[in-house]
Unconditional design. Structure first.
Ligand SMILES: *Cc1c(COP(=O)(O)O)cnc(C)c1O
Length: 349
């Protein structure tokens, strides 16, 4: 008998979310353009991240574009890692700037600060730093570099809300930070996003850009209503995922299975990553058995030099793009019997 895993639900059934949706429908607030649900969510985000300004919007992808527009990036260059979410590259192009690619750190998914000097030019307008696959970028080093060069930093926290390093939350290092509330994310409303900043003028520019007689990139009141209880529960859920990872690690270790790459000390894990040769066949094998597994990002290293500048060697990003497998976080919330079957499956190759 081949091993198979039962399907796992995402999002989880949650009485607090069900009650929030029911209440929004009962009092008609679900149908309003603006109201107390959005205001409450903004307040929660402001408090948690100590950000003075929060703009809710339609997606994490749009949040990055709005962040760049808020920083008045209209031309010139934006530095980002060659292994990153594809929409970040597009956001740079959308505002009229050109991406400049740097490599990720060896064996990791986060931007290598050692490449920044080679990427910097008089054209540099911004730096995008993403926290990916359960790893946090080396933020104190990156912040130092950004300050020394007068380059504003946009921090992509779409995969890591609640994570912290060196005593600061992911999202508190950047001049601007972005969140996603997409259907697979740790905080989800199916769709949605947010831009966080403590710079008033950045937030003002985003408001002006979004205002077209009405907000053109909105998050709805109903979306905000179902997100509010999830923010209250975020730390507890991250703790559950941390325990799930520790358990899966132990089970994989006992079976000489693959080694998970993430550093789970800082708390928020969207997808647990590992690397294998013949990655696509392995994704197919695990998916066929019902595991919530997919391939990593494709990376930008092969994109035309007409579209982006590549001042440094990008081989670590290429390796990440070719060999990464990702396990969806819903598996980290599963019980031990599920994780045992999963570990058997992952180790059986
Ligand atoms: C999901 C994601 C986004 C974009 O979010 P959407 O809401 O899906 O547009 C951006 N960056 C990273 C790292 C992501 O994982």
């Amino acid at each position: 008998m081949p091993i198979t895993l039962p399907p796992l639900p995402w999002p989880l059934e949650d009485p607090a979310i069900a009650e929030a949706a029911r209440a929004a429908i009962a009092d008609g607030s679900w149908g309003q353009y603006e109201g107390r649900h959005g205001e409450r969510l903004r307040q929660q985000i402001r408090e948690r991240w100590s950000a003075s300004h929060v703009t809710l919007c339609c997606s994490g992808t749009m949040a990055m574009e709005l962040a760049l527009r808020g920083l008045r990036v209209q031309a010139g260059e934006v530095i980002l890692a060659a292994y990153d979410f594809p929409g970040n590259f597009r956001a740079v192009e959308s505002v009229g700037a050109s991406p400049v690619l740097v490599d990720v750190e060896p064996g990791r998914y986060t931007l290598n600060p050692q490449h920044l000097d080679a990427a910097f030019s008089p054209q540099t307008q911004a730096l995008i730093v993403s926290h990916l696959h359960g790893e946090l970028a080396p933020m104190s080093q990156l912040r130092q570099w950004a300050d020394a060069h007068g380059v504003p930093m946009v921090e992509d926290v779409c995969q890591s809300p609640g994570a912290a390093s060196d005593g600061r939350l992911a999202g508190q290092w950047g001049d601007v930070a972005t969140l996603s509330f997409g259907g697979s994310k740790l905080l989800t409303a199916g769709r949605g996003g947010a831009v966080l900043t403590s710079r008033e003028e950045v937030s003002q520019r985003i408001l002006v850009y979004s205002e077209r007689g009405n907000n053109a990139f909105p998050l709805s009141e109903l979306q905000a209503a179902v997100l509010a209880p999830q923010l209250d529960q975020l730390d507890a859920m991250n703790e559950r995922r941390r325990l799930g990872i520790a358990q899966l690690r132990r089970l994989l270790n006992e079976r000489s299975g693959p080694e998970l790459l993430l550093d789970d000390s800082h708390g928020a894990v969207f997808r647990a990553a590992w690397r294998q040769p013949a990655r696509d066949e392995e994704v197919a094998r695990l998916s066929a058995a019902g595991a919530p597994v997919g391939a990593g990002f494709r990376g930008f290293g092969r994109r035309s030099s007409r579209r982006c500048r590549k001042p440094v060697d990008l081989s670590e990003s290429a390796i990440a793009a070719e060999s990464t497998l990702l396990l969806h976080h819903r598996a980290l919330l599963a019980d031990e019997s599920y994780l045992t079957i999963l570990a058997d499956l992952m180790a059986a190759r």
